[in-house]
Design a protein around this ligand. Structure first.
Ligand code: F6P
Length: 490
């Protein structure tokens, strides 16, 4: 708010993403139910948009269709204290198949995550991706009240939109943030449409990644793929007369998180969660919470639990691992088979180790942020074992949930968050034995050491919260706009 008021007076902010920040649905009695989807992007952007106001353009994927919201394309959100307009785009099944399931999630997603799932590129999907990017760009132009809005474009679904918007609104300040990793140039070179993707992204004024490492990979890819002017000192790339700045902005969460409001004290949360899971009160609990995605290393952490119990059978009956996983992209074969494999593996490990309750409890459903925070507060440890992840906000949310300064975070070295949260137990998720040892270390760690580590991590997340993430991008945008105004006067 401060950045906007002081640096960007009279500016208009338009956020653009595939994911909608709220899902509107009706229950069986026709009552409107409003949910927040499981998405790091939404967790980060929602509080910022609430603070800035403006418009958020998104595909109404969870809401389904116009009828669900009485034919309204625009609705003010959040429902409890409306702060900005949510403008939905309704995609046809065919558009969603090609653009979202196909090109974005079978092509770009595995390509950028290097999770050893072969990316698939089909020409019809690509055409649909182009078409849907056009639809988003048109919506931005239609919603813009001024010729020079600040447009915040989110993620790999919309790589072509920056150029399309730039062509129509040359004075717009376009900030594009890529929420997933950017691989090295050899890997990205697999994409048959690499030139077009890069050209699309370079319509941005500022292009953000989570880490300097991903910025370097991007600049290197541009250098290999298209003819442009790269200024290594300012990390800027000029193409078609426009200069795009490539910058790292490590994404984060709001502080304090809204989901902390009204949370029970930790001892009560512990009791309530153990009762719900049918566990004795003194059981040590580990939690993992994410979308059911093959990049998250869900099977790998189960192998870690297996290694833990094989080395320490005395823990059987005293330890439980609860995995909450929100089904996602379930139309795709890789996602369906992951869920089946995870269920089978959880059963197999639980049966093999025996004991009075299932040692791995898999709950495959959506959890609201309040419920997630209660789980975090009830657990001895949280495990984030992504095989590759841009940042991973679950790690930061766990830290934010522990105002008692207890609890241990086990964190993959391949998640961007590991570069900031060095006090976590950093693991290689491909090494089940090492994960088993990290579990044991976490379960036996003294309270004083937990406090020391948690304190440092909490200070880090508090200081580098999501307002700082957005504020930094908006300040950079303000500086750019000022410079451009001066250049026009000269
Ligand atoms: O953070 C990466 C991301 O793909 C976001 O773009 C997205 O909102 C989130 O993960 C969840 O994925 P989906 O929207 O496909 O359920």
């Amino acid at each position: 708010r401060i950045a906007l008021a002081n640096e960007l007076p009279g500016s208009e902010v338009i956020v653009v993403s595939n994911r909608e920040p709220y899902i509107h649905n009706r229950d069986e009695n026709g009552e409107m139910i409003v949910q927040r989807p499981a998405s790091g992007l939404v967790s980060a952007l929602e509080p910022v948009t609430r603070a800035c106001g403006g418009t958020w353009i998104a595909h109404g994927s969870g809401t389904g269709d116009r009828e669900a919201v009485d034919g309204n394309d625009r609705v003010m959100v959040p429902p409890s204290s409306p702060a900005y307009t949510l403008r939905r785009i309704w995609l046809t099944d065919e558009e969603q198949e090609g653009y979202y399931y196909g090109f974005a999630n079978e092509g770009l997603w595995p390509l950028c995550h290097i999770a050893f799932v072969r990316p698939v590129f089909r020409e019809p999907d690509w055409r649909m991706y182009q078409k849907v990017n056009e639809r988003f760009a048109e919506a931005v132009v239609a919603e813009a009240k001024r010729p020079d809005p600040i447009v915040l474009i989110q993620d790999y679904h919309l790589a072509l939109a920056p150029r399309m918007i730039r062509d129509r609104l040359p004075d717009a300040t376009i900030i594009t943030f890529w929420h997933i990793p950017w691989p090295n140039s050899e890997t990205f070179g697999i994409c048959p449409y690499k030139e077009e993707i890069i050209d699309g992204l370079l319509g941005s004024s500022i292009l953000g990644f989570h880490t300097q490492f991903h910025c370097n990979n991007f600049i290197e890819t541009v250098d290999r793929v298209i003819e442009s002017r790269i200024d290594r000192e300012s990390d800027s790339i000029t193409l078609k007369g426009y200069e795009a700045f490539v910058r790292p902005y490590p994404i984060s969460i709001e502080w304090p998180p809204a989901a902390m409001e009204g949370q029970k004290p930790v001892p009560e949360a512990r009791k309530a969660v153990r009762k719900r899971l049918g566990l004795p009160e003194d059981v040590q609990l580990a939690v993992g919470i994410e979308r059911f995605d093959y990049t998250k290393g869900i099977l790998d952490r189960m192998h870690g639990v297996d290694a833990l119990l094989t080395a320490h059978p005395e823990l059987i009956g005293h330890f439980c691992f609860m995995q909450a996983a929100a089904p996602t992209r379930s139309k795709l074969a890789n996602y369906k088979s992951l869920q089946e494999e995870a269920e089978a593996l959880a059963r197999e490990i639980s049966e093999r180790h025996g004991g009075p309750f299932d040692v791995i409890q898999l709950v495959a459903r959506h959890h609201d942020p309040e419920e997630v925070f209660e789980l975090f507060r009830a657990a001895e440890l949280c495990i984030v074992s992504s095989l590759h992840d841009g940042m991973n906000l679950v790690a930061k949310e766990f830290v934010a949930a522990r105002d008692d300064e207890q609890g241990v975070l086990i964190l993959s070295a391949f998640a961007g968050a590991s570069r900031e949260l060095g006090e976590a137990l950093i693991v290689n998720p491909y090494d089940a034995h090492a994960m088993g040892e990290a579990f044991y270390w976490a379960l036996t760690m003294e309270a004083s050491e937990q406090r020391e580590r948690m304190r440092v991590m909490r200070e880090q997340v508090e200081a580098r919260n999501v307002y700082r993430w957005a504020g930094q991008m908006l300040l950079d945008a303000a500086r750019l706009r000022k410079k451009q105004r001066i250049m026009r006067l000269i």
